[in-house]
Design a protein around this ligand. Structure first.
Ligand code: DQA
Length: 148
């Protein structure tokens, strides 16, 4: 039997404040609760899942580097780094691990500076605007992509 797929979930800056942070935009669930729901979905999809949150761009870049050889797919909500970080985009390109970009809010209905993503053009796809469901749908889509 082949070993199960391993997926890395990366949460960027300020997502540790979920639950307290602008709940009208980002919802009432804490990051822990989101990770818990993702783990449940991962078990039902029979994949392994680990997640990491960092407020530091370099830590996210290093986590992407270290993913090589350990994870077959990445789900990333890079938070505000989505709109600024060429370094995170280059890291994802460098390791060439299939990636799905997710956002809790619909970034295209918000301020113009959130409309551009450095990650979207190099991701398999992007899911934005469905709250926690963005992560769940992102995981389902990534697993479907990896298994097809
Ligand atoms: C976010 C959207 C970003 O614009 C913002 O900076 C975040 C969260 C989202 O999940 O909706 O921190 O990525």
């Amino acid at each position: 039997m082949s070993s199960p797929l391993s997926i890395l979930v990366l949460h960027g800056p300020n997502l540790n404040l979920l639950g307290k942070r602008e709940p009208d935009i980002y919802g009432a669930l804490s990051l822990e609760e989101i990770d818990g729901l993702l783990s449940k979905e991962a078990s039902s999809l029979e994949v392994k899942l680990e997640s990491l949150q960092s407020n530091y761009e370099g830590a996210l870049v290093e986590a992407i580097h270290h993913a090589l050889g350990f994870y077959q797919g990445i789900i990333i909500n890079a938070g505000a780094y989505t709109h600024t970080s060429i370094a995170i985009r280059d890291a994802l390109l460098g390791v060439n691990i299939p990636t799905v970009e997710v956002h809790l809010s619909n970034i295209y209905r918000r301020e113009e500076f959130r409309h551009h993503s450095y990650i979207a053009p190099i991701a398999i796809g992007q899911i934005s605007g469905f709250g926690i469901q963005s992560y769940i749908l992102g995981l389902q889509a990534l697993v479907w992509h990896l298994k097809k």
